[in-house]
Design a protein around this ligand. Structure first.
Ligand SMILES: C[S@@+](CC[C@H](N)C(=O)[O-])C[C@H]1O[C@@H](n2cnc3c(N)ncnc32)[C@H](O)[C@@H]1O
Length: 271
């Protein structure tokens, strides 16, 4: 759901009278989700799904739980890490402060600008697609917190193999298609993702299903978008049809999570 229209509608421009929103140039619909989380929760730290405990309603708490899980699968500091898809830079600054030798990348210059204004020069970042990224020194671990869905599976593992040290690790938190899906913009098939890992000599050392915990994220947005309709149109200059598309896409996601077509996974690979 967090990526649904990113390719179809690269930027949603804002009316000139709007106060400057630092995330206004994020790819649609990441700008929508950033805007909604900020105003519903009072702050926004992350652009990934939450992992909700039963009865929980706080998106921030659920998102933090996801990051804690991710951090528990990383090698200990001062390991050398690559964060692919740095979002708002919250995890990047945290890992930097924990003593990791960490670099974050994103192809979106608007995200780099927001992270720079939030965290100054404390973090190391590059504005580049993973497919084109290279570094002089190899990494101990590369992690993808909801960025793997934007990258072809074969390219992801081939590039990771080239960038990792021997015995390096890849950690992924993301959603996948668990059953065949043919429509445009469908998620990566988990089977194809695992095949690409094997083809590049990665061993799957952990697979944890988190579908039940992640699915309430879509419900959270779907429950709120109707009340946000006019604000999204006025404040983010969305077309009414874009709000409709968001609701239609959200319904597909809700149904797909419910019938097991889509699922959410933590995956850890070693080489
Ligand atoms: C859903 S957001 C998740 C952001 C962050 N990891 C988080 O958890 O809050 C997806 C991230 O992947 C990045 N991304 C998209 N395509 C990418 C690519 N080809 N290479 C690297 N990052 C990419 C986006 O710019 C964004 O930072």
């Amino acid at each position: 759901m967090l990526r649904r229209y990113a390719r179809a509608h690269p930027r949603a421009s804002l009316p000139t009278r709007m106060p400057d929103l630092p995330y206004k140039d994020f790819y649609y619909p990441l700008n929508v989700f950033t805007h909604m989380i900020l105003h519903e929760e009072g702050r926004v730290d992350d652009l990934h799904y939450g992992l909700f405990a039963p009865g929980e309603t706080s998106m921030l708490a659920a998102q933090r739980r996801s990051t804690e899980l991710l951090l528990s699968r990383l090698p200990a500091p001062p390991a050398r890490l690559l964060e692919v898809g740095l979002g708002l830079g919250t995890t990047l600054v945290r890992l930097t402060d924990l003593g990791y030798d960490v670099v974050g990348i994103t192809p979106d210059a608007a995200q780099i600008g927001v992270v720079r204004s939030r965290h100054g020069d404390r973090v190391r970042m590059e504005c580049v697609r993973f497919e084109n990224f290279d570094a002089a020194e190899r990494f101990d671990c590369i992690f993808f917190q909801e960025s793997s869905q934007y990258i072809g599976s074969e390219a992801l593992f081939a590039r990771s193999a080239a960038l990792l040290r021997e015995n390096g690790r890849v950690v992924v938190l993301d959603e996948f298609a668990l059953k065949p899906v043919t429509h445009a913009g469908a998620l990566h098939a988990l089977s194809g993702f695992l095949d690409a890992a094997s083809a590049n000599a990665f061993r799957l050392v952990e697979e944890m299903s988190l579908s039940e915990e992640a699915a309430p994220t879509v419900d959270w947005f779907m429950q709120r978008i109707p009340a946000w309709r006019e604000r999204l149109i006025a404040e983010l200059a969305l077309q009414p049809s874009q709000v409709d598309e968001l609701l239609t896409s959200g319904q597909t996601y809700v149904a797909s999570y419910r019938d097991g077509t889509y699922g959410y996974r933590l995956l850890v690979f070693e080489r």
